[in-house]
Design a protein around this ligand. Structure first.
Ligand SMILES: Cc1ncc(COP(=O)(O)O)c(C=O)c1O
Length: 375
């Protein structure tokens, strides 16, 4: 089966007369349980839940490994770090990846005695820092800079050094690229983004081909206790069915917006892995099936970027990415990333392509006349 079919069928329990295709969320803390607890698949809500089981089955089918879900992407990242890293171990991670993951590594795990080494995604710079590494963390395309690294080459080099490899696959999603098939030990994702795509929930997962790691991650989830809610998980499973369609439209919209931006004199630079002139394009083309929803571009400075955002009528000002609504923000407002003040991260949604292009064009025109809504 192809991706468009797989996402619709993934994790559904199969034919059962009179039952729904996808059972509704199960809201339960205790389950009926007499005698030996191992006699029942469900006992207590922090350990397991039938709604989790269906969604984990869906993700496992798509990832080609065993998936364990968490209450957010950061909870999934924390679980991998916590299960793999110990005092004296070495974590190699991108200097330009998701800021909060870097903060968790440098602000918490480093204080426990983990050595954290940073190197950029571009040019596979992490390759040079692998000696003695315990865990290589990759993020490609990186958020927010959209650089791409060579998964197969970095994974092979890390394994040669005896290191495990985790790929944060949030920006690409499992339909954009398959870290486990490329040899990674862990495929990690914030499912708050494109995977579920409606901007209405927080969730994350880790997939692995090694049953022992899946068991350790599950045990960590139960012991640490911040587990996903059944309603979020059910919404996520329902939303997964449209992933292929959403990515197709989002990638088309992102490419057309990137092309338009590249033609504008106000824009100093544009990054989108799907643009033929992008420095990451050749590698992305080899490695990715969809180039994804995120485009980044640089205007002259903070004032110009805020003017542009204030002049957009359809494109919403918000953080996060990957949803059906097109959003954009001046990323430097948060601090923490090495980016210029005029850097905008735009996430293309599923709206009509021409309407989005019209909005970008009118925003530049409005900006030049000083008529923006929220300068
Ligand atoms: C690449 C990446 N990984 C992980 C996360 C964390 O996900 P969550 O917000 O679901 O905790 C984010 C959030 O923006 C992200 O961009």
């Amino acid at each position: 089966m192809r991706d468009g079919t797989r996402v619709i069928r993934a994790g559904l329990p199969g034919f059962a007369q009179g039952e729904p295709f996808l059972p509704g969320p199960t809201f339960a803390n205790p389950y009926h349980l007499a005698g030996d607890p191992s006699s029942s698949p469900y006992s207590y809500g922090r350990y397991h839940n039938p709604t989790w089981t269906h969604f984990e089955q869906a993700l496992s089918e798509l990832e080609g490994g065993s998936a364990v879900i968490f209450a957010s992407g950061m909870a999934a990242i924390t679980a991998v770090f916590s299960c793999v890293l110990r005092p004296g171990t070495v974590l190699v991670m991108p200097s330009d990846g998701y800021y909060t993951a870097r903060m968790l590594a440098e602000g918490y795990f480093a204080t426990l005695g983990v050595e954290v080494r940073l190197a950029s995604t571009a040019g596979d710079a992490q390759m040079e820092r692998l000696e003695g590494a315990t865990l290589l963390w990759l993020e490609t395309p990186s958020n927010p800079g959209l650089d791409v690294c060579d998964l197969a080459a970095l994974i092979a080099a890390a394994h040669q050094q005896g290191a495990l490899v985790a790929v944060d696959n949030t920006t690409a999603t499992v339909l954009g690229q398959q870290p486990l098939a490329s040899g990674a030990d862990f495929s990690v994702s914030s499912d708050s983004k494109a995977l579920t795509g409606h901007g209405d929930l927080l969730l994350g997962h880790v997939a692995t081909r090694e049953p022992g790691w899946a068991e350790r991650l599950r045990a960590f989830r139960s012991q640490q206790g911040a587990v996903p809610g059944p309603m979020e998980v059910w919404l996520a499973h329902r939303s997964l069915a449209t992933l292929d369609m959403r990515l197709e439209r989002q990638s088309t919209n992102a490419l057309e917006i990137a092309r338009l931006l590249a033609s504008r004199p106000e824009v100093q630079s544009v990054r989108y892995p799907g643009l033929p002139q992008d420095p990451a394009h050749a590698l992305a083309r080899r490695q990715m099936k969809h180039y994804g929803p995120i485009v980044s571009f640089v205007l002259e400075g903070k004032i110009q970027a805020e003017r542009f955002l204030g002049a957009c009528r359809l494109i919403l000002q918000a953080t996060s990415f990957g949803g059906v609504h097109t959003t954009a923000e001046r990323r430097a407002r948060w601090g923490g990333d090495a980016i210029p003040d005029g850097f905008i991260r735009l996430s293309a949604g599923c709206e009509d392509t021409q309407d989005l292009l019209d909005d970008v064009t009118q925003a530049f025109a409005t900006m030049s006349t000083g008529g923006e809504k929220h300068p």
